[in-house]
Structures are given as C-alpha cells and as structure tokens.
Design a protein. Structure first.
Length: 511
C-alpha cells in the first residue's frame, strides 16, 4: 500500500514540486462529501488542491468553461467548441483541420461517463479514496525525472502534449492511455493554474506511484556513465588522468607558513581528498553529496576552479558551476553528510551515553518546509559541538532543562530506528529517530493527536569555537489543517524555547 504522506514528502523534497502533489479522481456514481464544488475553469481544480490545499470538484453545474466541461464529459459543447472553430477563428496559427483534430478523440471523455472530477492534496485524500492519477507542477529538470518513472522500468516513453487542451490532458487522456504525460498545458490552462514560465505539468497514473520512490532517490554513478559514453579522443580522459596524478593538498608544498596552515585547516575537516584549497562552506556542501557523486564532483569542481584561475574552491564557485549546468546546488545534495564529521571529545564519555559514532538512518529524511505548519529557529551558542551534541542525545534528561517537556524515555541506543516516548505540551508523543549524523544532525519523526511531526536539530561549528544550532519542526495531517494558525504560533514559540534552553543547559554544564 502506498503511503501518501511519505510520497508527498518525497515529491516535495526530491521532486521539488510546487505546493502539494495532487490526487485526481473520476467520480462515476457520486462525489464524496469531503469534496467542495468550485465554479471555476475545470483544470483550475489542480491549483486549488495544489496551492490552497482544498478538496475540490467540478461537474455539470460547478464549472466555468464550456470547453473544459465538454472535455470532462459533463455537457454537450457548442458547435464552436466541438468543431474546434473557436480555436481556428481566434488563433491564426490553427487551420480548421488542425483545430478539428485537436478537439476530437482521445482528449474528450464520453458524455455522461462521469458525474464529477475531483482533486485533493495527495497527503489529504479523503478516507477510502485512492487517486486515479497524480498531478504535479515542477521545473523541466525535475519533470524529466518524475516523468521517467515508467520508461526506466519497461521502456515506454511518456506521452508529451503541446497545443492541446489542458483539461483533455488532465481528465480524458489518462483514462484512455494509462501512461505518464508531460505537458506545459495550453495558455488558458496555464493562466487558470497560475503557472510560471519555468513550470510544467506531469501526470502520473497511480499504478506507478510505488516506483516514484526509487526514481527520486536513485543516485547515478556519473563517472561510470561518462566512462561508458566518452569517445577515446575526448578531453574528458585528459582531465581524468590529470586529476589522478595531482598531489593531494596534505602533501603539496606550501608557498608560505600561512598557506600551509590554511591547507592543514581545510584538510582536517574534509571528508574527501583535495588537490587544492577548499573553503569550509564548500567542504560542507560536498560532504552533503552522496559518495558516488562526491568522488566525481570533487575533481570536476577543482577543474572548474583551475579553468577560471581561481585559487580555491568556494561555495560561490560551486553554485556558479551548477548554474552553468542548469541546476542549483540543492539538486546535488540528495544524500547526507554520512560519515563526514567526526564527533570530537572524549570517547569514554561518548560511550557512557551510548552516543552514535557513525551516521545512520534514512539520508533523505528531512523536515517538510512546505507542511501546513513549519517553524525553524537558529541561535549561536558559545559552546563546542560535542558539548551540545551530548545534551541533545541524552534524551531522558530533556525534562530537566526543556520546560515544555514533562517526560522523556528512550527505548534503546541513540541510533536510527530507536523509539522514545515523551510528553510535550498537553499530549504524549511516540517518536522514532530517523537520521543521525554525529555532531551534525539528530532528526526524528512522531505522531500524536492526529498529527505527523518531523523534528530536526542541526549543529554547525563556527570559527570562534561556538556552534550555530538550528531547530526545525513540521506538522501535517487532517487535524493540523483546521488549527494551522494556532499551531503555527505554538510551534514557532517552541522552536525558540528549544534553542534558548539548549544554550542555558550547556552553560550550566560547563560551570
């Protein structure tokens, strides 16, 4: 069974879809009571579900477009619509024959076949309603990934649409042809859904929903792909050979004592081998990339820097490199900083608290920044990372210093998969640790009172020996939606309490 909450989160985080993914349904006998009729252009129900998080439907009464209602099979069309004359009369590029073909066949449902068509946020589908297909809006790069969900399995290419009605592509084509559809939508459909120039639609039959997880989390072996496809006289081979013979930074001669100190500092914190200086931000960025990508991307980044006579690899340079490839830096960070940062301090003390010594958990787990309720608070604390890490990992002691926590009990070691129970505010919560990156990230999920909660502590050391602490939380679910404003204020206050309390606890421990 497909977990719609997890699938929603995955499409938002990895697929970078706008708003919420939308579950769409054809209703043959009755429209479920959970849906609200909307007198809008029929295709606009995507926007109301995607951006406004509403469960909406259109039918013969609730619509505001004769052409869209005809595509949906609700009403008979006027002669101007069903012959396509409204297109050829008003768009000079359309011939009468072309317009007539566009308005016939596969993009029109039989009249009276359905009594309504509904759209709802994928993570808020009514009970016992399974979507017929999923609709998302995203940029072309991520549309390419999501749209390939079937073709990577059986080689069947997605159907591409252009110059046809979005209503037909949303309602009728998936009924006749159970295949993925990638489409920019027609001008009217784009306007009704407020689509930006860089956005497009992807329509995925629900039968392929299980495969979305695999295609969105797969990490390609980029170096292997290039090795297999580059011709023998390609400059790629020269660059690869040059990288293999370069001396790592740790063994390279330093031009001065200051340069030597800089190189040693960079090398000490880096989870990969470099052949030129990297700044701390660039190291953190590359540490967050999966190992398969990192092994190739490090060399490419250094080649990019040398080609521009840059003395070091910086975050800004990595961003410029990604921009030239039509990507952004977040698109590369599909993994985690697994194993990239060691926990400094006393091993004996760490062992007494059963602190984790290696990364574990779902590297894709993250707080949902687009959830109905989301809050994040960042504070700089005058303490080293290890001291703060000890406080966070001693979950049983939370009630001693966090005034919002009345009880906390960890059932097992501090590692991914371990569960703990705690009482915060008026309710008891059952949580599970989802992700551990020692000295860097402690993240967990929980459920209680009809809400699904994600929580993350993130630690970043800063130059003066202090630590930047970021505490984030998201809440979603049916119960959350009705109290979104109130819960938003409570969550924001709670995040501030966490950062303040952590600082006070660490200060007490150090005295």
């Amino acid at each position: 069974m497909v977990d719609l909450l997890e699938l929603t989160d995955l499409l938002v985080r990895k697929g970078k879809v706008r708003g919420k993914p939308v579950g769409m349904n054809l209703f043959y006998d009755e429209v479920p009571k959970a849906y609200q009729g909307r007198r809008v252009d029929p295709c606009a129900i995507v926007r109301h579900a995607m951006d406004d998080e509403e469960r909406v439907y259109v039918d013969a009464e609730y619509h505001d477009c004769i052409a869209g209602a005809w595509h949906a099979g609700f009403t008979e069309a006027t002669p101007l619509v069903n012959t396509g004359a409204y297109l050829s009369d008003n768009i000079s590029a359309f011939s009468e024959e072309g317009a007539a073909q566009v308005m016939s066949g596969i993009n029109v449902l039989p009249q009276g076949m359905v009594i309504g068509i509904g759209a709802a946020p994928l993570d808020d589908m009514p009970r016992k309603v399974e979507p017929d297909w999923i609709v998302v809006v995203c940029d072309p790069m991520h549309a390419n990934t999501i749209g390939g969900v079937r073709s990577v399995k059986d080689g069947v290419q997605p159907r591409a649409a252009c110059g046809t009605s979005l209503c037909g592509e949303l309602f009728a084509v998936p009924h006749y042809e159970p295949n993925v559809i990638i489409t920019p939508g027609d001008q009217g459909g784009r306007m009704a859904n407020r689509i930006k120039p860089e956005e497009m639609f992807v329509i995925v039959p629900f039968e392929f929903a299980d495969d979305l997880h695999e295609i969105l989390t797969a990490v390609p072996n980029i170096e292997g792909l290039l090795d297999a496809t580059k011709r023998e006289d390609s400059e790629y081979w020269e660059r690869k050979a040059a990288r293999a013979t370069r001396i790592p930074v740790t063994a390279a001669p330093a031009a001065s004592a200051e340069a030597e100190a800089d190189e040693a500092e960079v090398e000490e914190g880096a989870p990969f081998t470099m052949t030129m200086p990297w700044d701390d931000e660039a190291i953190r960025v590359m540490a967050d990339a999966p190992a398969d990508i990192r092994s190739f991307a490090v060399g490419e980044a250094e080649d990019y820097a040398r080609g521009r006579d840059e003395p070091a690899v910086t975050r800004a340079l990595l961003e410029a490199q990604m921009a030239e490839l039509g990507m952004n830096l977040d698109d590369m960070l599909v993994g985690s900083a697994a194993g990239s940062i060691e926990v400094a301090g006393s091993p004996e003390l760490a062992g007494s608290l059963e602190l984790p010594t290696s990364s574990s958990g779902d590297h894709g787990f993250a707080v949902n920044t687009r959830a109905p309720v989301y809050a994040s608070e960042t504070s700089t604390i005058d303490a080293d990372v290890f001291s703060i890490w000890m406080v966070l990992c001693d979950i049983g002691s939370w009630p001693q210093w966090q005034p919002d926590v009345a009880h906390a009990a960890l059932h097992g070691p501090v590692e991914a998969g371990s569960e703990f129970s705690w009482k915060t505010g008026p309710g008891s919560v059952s949580s599970m640790i989802e992700r551990i990156v020692p000295g860097r990230v402690l993240a967990f999920s929980g459920s209680g009172m009809g809400a699904k909660v994600r929580h993350e502590f993130r630690l970043d050391p800063i130059d003066d020996g202090g630590t930047r602490v970021t505490v984030s939380q998201s809440m979603e679910g049916t119960a959350v939606r009705g109290m979104k404003r109130m819960l938003g204020k409570i969550t924001a206050t709670s995040m501030a309490t966490w950062t303040t309390s952590i600082g006070e606890r660490v200060s007490v421990d150090s005295t």
